[in-house]
Design a protein around this ligand. Structure first.
Ligand code: IPM
Ligand code: MG
Length: 358
């Protein structure tokens, strides 16, 4: 199994190294993985003058799966948009047509105290935000900043075609079918035409899935419900920008965005797996970042792209054991727990993977 490792910038390399460590631990008595590293983000810009070097994109397309870290640095954000680290990720998502972005939010019982929200609200939370990833205001044109009547005007375009909505809606219904059969579609149909069409098309697709209970929420109400009654959600399907925002909010249900993995899949089943968090340049290189989101992303890769559900479960169980043991990175630290760094957390997970296999 050939895995493209695009660690990127900031804490990307540190956390991705721990995910690779976990995969290597699995390989000790299982399938072999071949890892090929390539620069992306600011690292790509520095190495090849382009945040998404052509060789990196080609590697990603031909690999069995892509393990991505994070892209973007303070310096690169000062450059024009197409030279910024984070831009590489948007281009890669678009080039590979990774339209379905799954962001599972699972409240580990061991971490209920690490959230700023009350334990009673979080117990049993187990939901997925399915974010459309290749359309919407992220990619719509016209866009840009120009001068009009002597002042600057910034423009972006929220745009969805029927077929873009339909394919992610199908993905949403299928995901709900494999879970608790509840799908909540989130839009802003009371104000936006792009959303009105979204709702119409989702309702059309719903006819193929009579076994799934479909509800609709406006994004503002959904944001409120996510913190008020998060247990009520099973699968949320929504557009690119709403999904971006709601998934950060939902991250707090797990205690930390450092716990949230994600999978971005195209129609051919190819996938890119990455932690939901960004490059966090403020703590880069300090052995402080939580590698569990990256490690859990590797578990999603095993399940969704590499056909290895048993190994995926082993990784997830190893994470749970390490949490149960009381090991915590700073972002999920609680009184009485043992504070560890990125590296030590990765070592502990690898150790448990080996134990679980024995
Ligand atoms: C995410 C991130 C990205 C996004 C940024 C880094 C471009 O916030 O994956 O959620 O907005 O999609
Ligand atoms: Mg985001």
């Amino acid at each position: 199994m050939h895995i493209a490792v695009l660690a990127g910038d900031g804490i990307g390399p540190e956390v991705t190294a721990q995910a690779v460590k976990a995969l290597r631990a699995l390989a000790a008595n299982g399938p072999q993985f071949e890892f090929t590293e390539a620069p992306i983000g600011d690292a790509g810009f520095v190495a090849a003058g382009d945040p998404l070097p052509a060789e990196t994109a080609a590697l990603a397309v031909k690999a069995d799966a892509v393990l991505f870290g994070a892209a973007g640095t303070y310096e690169s954000d000062l450059r024009p948009p197409e030279q910024r680290g984070g831009h590489a990720l948007l281009r890669l998502r678009k080039q590979m047509d990774l339209f379905a972005n799954y962001r599972p939010v699972f409240a580990f019982p061991e971490l209920l105290g690490a959230s700023t929200l009350r334990r009673e609200a979080l117990e049993g939370v187990d939901l997925v935000v399915l974010r459309e990833l290749t359309g919407d205001i992220y990619f719509g044109t016209p866009r840009g900043i120009h001068v009009e009547n002597g002042e600057r005007v910034g423009i972006n375009t929220m745009r969805y075609t029927e077929s873009e909505i339909r394919r992610v809606a199908h993905a949403g219904f299928r995901a709900a079918r494999g879970r608790r059969q509840r799908l909540c579609s989130v839009d802003k149909a009371n104000v936006l035409e792009a959303s009105a069409l979204w709702r119409e098309v989702v309702n059309e697709v719903a006819r193929d899935y009579p076994d799934v209970e479909l509800t609709h929420q406006y994004v503002d109400a959904a944001a409120m419900l996510l913190v008020r009654r998060p247990r009520d959600f099973d699968v949320i399907v929504t557009g690119n920008i709403f999904g971006d925002i709601l998934s950060d909010a939902a991250a707090m249900l797990t205690g930390s965005i450092g716990m949230l993995p994600s999978a971005s899949i195209n129609a051919a089943g190819q996938g890119l797996f990455e932690p939901v968090h960004g490059s966090a340049p403020d703590i880069a290189g300090e052995d402080k970042a939580n590698p569990l989101a990256s490690i859990l992303s590797a578990a999603m890769m095993l399940r969704l792209s590499l056909g290895q559900p048993v190994l995926a479960e082993r990784v997830e169980n190893a994470v749970r054991r390490v949490l149960a043991e009381g090991l915590r990175t700073a972002d999920i630290m609680e009184e009485g727990a043992q504070l560890v760094g990125t590296e030590a957390m990765g070592d502990a997970v690898a150790r448990e993977i080996l134990r679980l296999a024995a």
